[in-house]
Design a binder for this molecule. Sequence first.
Ligand code: THU
Length: 134
Amino acid sequence: MEKNKLNKLIESASNAYKNAHAPYSKFNVGASLIDENGNIYNGCNVENAAYPSGSCAEEQAIGNMIVNGGKIIKEILIIGKSDELLTPCGACRQRIREFCDETTKIHICHISNGLQKSFTIGTLLPYSFGPENL
Ligand code: THU
């Protein structure tokens, strides 16, 4: 990916990361994505005292894209502080699947160390079920 675009996505996801509401897990996550029009949206995890009511950073970023008229995720970036690669949870892989294609890049970043690895949905969610199955 173009360095400038990557930096913008990192900046946007980092801002979201700082605002995460994660008092229970203490595991802040930020996400950002770029849509088919070049617009960037972000999101953070929003936890809840009733634990299952919490939501993931990717979920928020996708919701922000949709509410603003975006249709396709061209690239999505997830950022956190984890020692392990912070790949999206199963539910978020499916959420990303709904709005991406086989070329969409899913970038995993560390808040201090930057880009760690990039995936496509085919790797993270092989043989997936999607809109064209209906
Ligand atoms: N979380 C995300 O926001 N995105 C991920 O890809 C993995 C997990 C959040 C959910 C919860 O608030 C916290 O991280 C710990 O699971």
